[in-house]
Design a protein around this ligand. Structure first.
Ligand SMILES: [Zn+2]
Length: 163
């Protein structure tokens, strides 16, 4: 089972591959180099993200970030964000390791929904959320490839039900 260092390395390789050989919309330099840096960070986070369903570095980091977010949200009276994030924060604790959080279609749907929500709710350009979301997804897929190998990941994509 690969550790977080292998997943971060896989995320780095997948970032470089998508940036250099991906569709032109994802390689064309956006105006800001900081956006590329954010895309790189999104890829690295995506490369660890599926393991939020088990005791791992990413799960601990997620809950530390959520705690900070909840404190800030309470101070800023952001009750909508709290009401949305509080139930979602329980989700990783109730799913099985390498279950739905390691399913490529679920991860793509979750990322798409999150990008749509951020685009609408935070009024950020859809091209930016699509750009960042694509890198996050490629990071998630690199995680699945390292966990399961190509054949099993492909089977999961095609909903062939092998554990
Ligand atoms: Zn995993």
């Amino acid at each position: 089972m690969p550790g977080y260092r292998q997943h971060l390395l896989g995320g780095t390789v997948s970032f470089l591959a998508l940036y250099h050989w991906g569709p032109s919309i994802l390689q064309a330099s956006p105006e800001s180099p900081s956006l590329i840096f954010v895309a790189f960070c999104a890829t690295l986070i995506g490369s660890l993200f599926p393991d939020i369903d088990t005791k791992s570095m990413i799960q601990m980091t997620l809950y530390q970030a959520l705690f900070l977010f909840f404190v800030i949200a309470i101070f800023m009276n952001s009750w909508h964000e709290l009401l949305i994030c509080a139930p979602l924060s329980i989700f990783p604790l109730v799913v099985h390791h390498r279950g739905i959080m390691h399913h490529p279609l679920f991860l793509i749907a979750l990322t798409t929904a999150a990008c749509g929500f951020i685009t609408i709710y935070k009024d950020i350009s859809p091209s930016i959320t699509f750009f960042i979301g694509s890198y996050f997804i490629i990071g998630c897929l690199s995680h699945l490839l390292l966990d399961f190998g190509f054949s099993h990941t492909k089977d999961r994509f095609l909903l062939k039900n092998k554990k």
